[in-house]
Design a binder for this molecule. Structure first.
Ligand SMILES: Cc1cc2nc3c(=O)[nH]c(=O)nc-3n(C[C@H](O)[C@H](O)[C@H](O)COP(=O)(O)O)c2cc1C
Length: 140
């Protein structure tokens, strides 16, 4: 059985390339063997990540992420069973939201900035889906 989990969090330090390299390095090392796919987007000091995979593996990863002191204030935005994946192409893709046209964020938010802590879970999910379809995905 497949699930999709979306959460947001606040980085302990300003998010820079070195931090993203570390996180994506670990994700791409561990996620394929666990059958986890997803997308990690960030803006200023905020992360928003979608994880797809088996319920057991996604839960285990979320518990691990909650213990990672590079971020805090983990907030579960959405968790549900799915019939099929929407982020199957990436073991973990990244999107730097600051570099995007603000109109994509405005589709789902009152202001042209990523504010997932106050966003309905369904809007967060649609924003991530739009990102996946927008061609903004970096996969280094
Ligand atoms: C925002 C964020 C997202 C992360 N995403 C993943 C991920 O998708 N997969 C993963 O294995 N680790 C991810 N990590 C890193 C894990 O928390 C952990 O450090 C890494 O898996 C190494 O685990 P280990 O110390 O047990 O070897 C992420 C960390 C942060 C801060």
């Amino acid at each position: 059985m497949l699930v999709r989990l979306i959460y947001c969090s606040r980085a302990q330090q300003p998010i820079d390339q070195a931090l993203m390299d570390e996180i994506l390095g670990a994700s791409r090392k561990y996620n394929p063997a666990q059958g986890i796919t997803g997308l990690l987007c960030y803006s200023k000091d905020i992360f928003m990540q979608v994880l797809e995979g088996s319920r057991a593996h996604v839960n285990r990863l979320y518990l691990k992420l909650a213990r990672d002191d590079r971020h805090h204030s983990l907030t579960l935005l959405s968790f549900h069973e799915i019939e099929q994946r929407k982020f199957a192409n990436w073991s973990m893709a990244e999107v730097a939201l600051d570099k995007l046209n603000a109109s994509l964020i405005l589709r789902h938010s009152p202001l042209p900035m990523l504010e997932p802590f106050t966003m309905p879970g369904a809007s967060a999910e649609r924003l991530l889906e739009d990102l996946a379809e927008s061609g903004s995905i970096q996969y280094r």
